[in-house]
Design a protein. Structure first.
Length: 277
């Protein structure tokens, strides 16, 4: 059925990772990095979201974003579309600029900010570009160290560390310098997962993802919204059976059980089986 639907809600926090197509260095020049950050800032003004951290490397970037009223998909479409046009115009590139869709890892809440911000700011050090994170120009680390609330919303983290801003900045610097888990372990934790959070949170979102995916399958199986609405409401009109069969067949291909498939449209597992026999 293609991509899994992305879970989006007010206040959601995402660790965004976007790579250049085929790991191409699409942010190699300083002016490329400057332009991307200008786009980020201008998009933030238009769509009103929070930026807790960023780092721009030569072939990818990381953003830590909290959405408010505008979904992350719309925000990222604006940023990546503008940058792709700029890159193609300035370099003569004619192919895709980015590697597929951005990766948006959903973060449970603000309690994960410290670890994620540290991981993002540490990217240039892990890549052996510089010995310390504060030496890298193209990350948000400096905003925290000099108490500059501009493109980056520093208050969220610093207020967590101390009500006294001087103490908070000192504590931030200490945390950034503390030894942590090995980089590969942190990468597995903060890049390779779809969701960052406690097991209960992850499980609840997986269940929501399942519902969203089944909803997409049902929409694909129905010719119009009329049939979709009727099936969702539990209608037993005979002509709907062929659309239910299509929904069940598509859902089975995606690995769903008859029980889960049937529950979504208000029928038993046995009824779902009988429809496709």
């Amino acid at each position: 059925m293609g991509r899994k639907p992305r879970i989006e809600y007010y206040g959601a926090i995402y660790h965004i990772i976007q790579r250049g197509n085929n790991r191409k260095p699409i942010f190699k020049r300083d002016e490329d990095k400057v332009y991307l950050l200008e786009v980020l800032s201008e998009t933030k003004e238009i769509y009103d979201f929070k930026v807790f951290a960023y780092v721009v490397m030569s072939n990818h970037y990381h953003f830590l974003i909290q959405t408010l009223n505008i979904p992350i998909s719309k925000i990222m479409h604006q940023i990546n579309t503008r940058y792709a046009k700029y890159y193609n115009n300035s370099t003569g590139n004619t192919g895709p600029v980015f590697e597929d869709r951005y990766k948006g890892i959903l973060v449970q809440d603000e309690s994960y900010l410290i670890a994620l911000i540290k991981y993002i700011h540490n990217n240039p050090v892990a890549a052996k570009i510089c010995p310390t994170m504060e030496e890298y120009r193209w990350s948000s680390d400096m905003f925290y160290r000099v108490n500059m609330d501009n493109i980056v919303d520093i208050d969220e983290l610093l207020d967590m560390l101390s009500p006294n801003r001087i103490d908070a900045i000192r504590r931030y610097a200490e945390l950034m310098e503390e030894d942590d888990l090995e980089y590969q372990v942190m990468k597995d934790m903060y890049e390779e997962r779809d969701i960052i959070g406690k097991e209960e949170f992850i499980q609840s979102l997986k269940e929501e993802e399942e519902v969203l995916a089944l909803d997409e399958i049902l929409k694909a199986a129905c010719p119009t919204s009329v049939e979709y609405d009727l099936i969702k409401s539990g209608s037993r009109k005979r002509y709907l059976s062929k659309y239910k069969r299509e929904y069940i067949a598509l859902s089975r291909k995606e690995g769903y059980s008859y029980e889960t498939i049937g529950e979504y449209i208000g029928i038993t597992a046995a009824a779902a089986r009988s429809l496709v026999r």
